[in-house]
Ligand binder design. Sequence first.
Ligand code: FES
Length: 178
Amino acid sequence: MTATATSATATAGTATSPGRSIVAFCCRECAYAAADASANARRPLPPSVRLVLMPCTGRVSPLHLLRALAEGADGVMVAGCLLGQCHYREGNFNAVDRVAFVQRLLESVGVEPERCRMFTMSAGEPPKFVAAVREMDRVVGGLPPLPRSSDGQSRTTHDGTRAAAASQQPPARTRRTA
Ligand code: FES
């Protein structure tokens, strides 16, 4: 996992909304570039959002998403290139499958699957990125708080998804680009 401080992270991470935290795993080729452009245009993101720079959404593992939730995030989002436009051909298709896998895993242990979402956009669509982040913030803000243990970790995901993860395999690749 790679995290880089740029104007985008500076704009997104100046303060934290009380009781809410969202981690956004952003492909550097599209979503992160869109976030940077948004920051330069002074389009504010919800302060609950933290951006994580990824080389491609194909590098986002289910464990990244589950660990973020287990360690304090109330929601996680993956933002990648438009389908069919991944610079590594099928990275974003793999990410779609992994997000769906994590959603099923969350649901199986009683956690709202909408806490994990996938969005796609091009680098030239900063408003789309901002809209995606705001949508995520709105949805997660409408959910009840995740139960936390005394050390701040999500009780359900910390225990439940680990047990569930041990009994399930990640999905096989289901789609390929032409
Ligand atoms: Fe952007 Fe793969 S390079 S999702």
